[in-house]
Unconditional design. Structure first.
Length: 237
């Protein structure tokens, strides 16, 4: 549903000469950032498209910039060239030392009457700032790499919502404030793992004003299935 709404907001235009708004230019920029994080765009091509997006004046100038890209969260992200986690390998079993370090591909997300998403293979900055107002945000770290062993996710939700997802083997600390709203932590897969000694430490902080911020420890479906399969194999052995 989110992907459909996103596509309608970004791509639909009966008149290519219709003037583009700042919000539409920013949504195109978010799609490009997602694409470079997933390895779909080289850095030089990303920079060229991003520059063109912010200079665009009409829908007709914006739409070709993402014609060959999926909407954020609308497709499985391929493994980036040089990724330290081989294709087909469970992220849950990856060596954490191979997923920590390297330049961040994203350090923030913004949504106003819209939404943003970070998921799949991307590298979160040591400080990630997220702001939503009358909108929603998704920050999925379960398959992400980390710029540093300790990262801070600052979430500010005003009459909107932000969800942060981490795998159960990550150290998670939540200490945000809810005002006429909620700032919560959940653990849905506690039986499938505990924080690993060498795993990153994620601290979620910020403010939820008449909105909600939720941090959840939860495996992806593929990770959970592989863990179950591994458990059955151990019993058989």
């Amino acid at each position: 549903m989110f992907a459909l709404l996103y596509r309608l907001l970004v791509m639909t235009s009966e008149r290519p000469d219709m003037r583009a708004s700042d919000a539409e230019r920013e949504r195109i920029a978010e799609t490009l950032r997602e694409a470079v994080a997933e390895g779909r765009l080289e850095m030089d091509e990303f920079e060229q498209r991003l520059d063109a997006a912010y200079k665009a004046r009409t829908h007709g100038e914006l739409e070709p910039l993402i014609d060959d890209l999926p909407v954020p969260g609308g497709a499985v992200a391929p493994v980036r060239a040089g990724s330290s986690v081989p294709a087909g390998r469970s992220v849950a079993s990856a060596d954490w030392s191979q997923r920590i370090g390297g330049p961040a591909t994203s350090t923030g997300g913004f949504a106003f009457w819209s939404g943003f998403s970070r998921k799949g293979r991307w590298t979160v900055g040591r400080v990630f700032n997220a702001f939503v107002m009358w909108g929603g945000g998704e920050i999925d770290l379960r398959e992400a790499c980390f710029e540093d062993r300790e990262v801070v996710i600052r979430c500010y939700a005003i009459m909107g919502g932000i969800q942060v997802k981490v795998s159960p083997d990550v150290h998670l600390q939540v200490n945000g404030v809810g005002v006429m709203g909620g700032f919560d932590e959940q653990s849905k897969d506690a039986d499938f793992g505990a924080p690993a000694p060498d795993a990153p430490r994620v601290r979620v902080t910020g403010l939820a004003l008449m909105g909600g911020v939720g941090a959840v420890r939860k495996w992806t479906k593929s990770q959970r299935q592989r863990l179950k399969d591994a458990g059955r194999k151990q019993l058989e052995d």
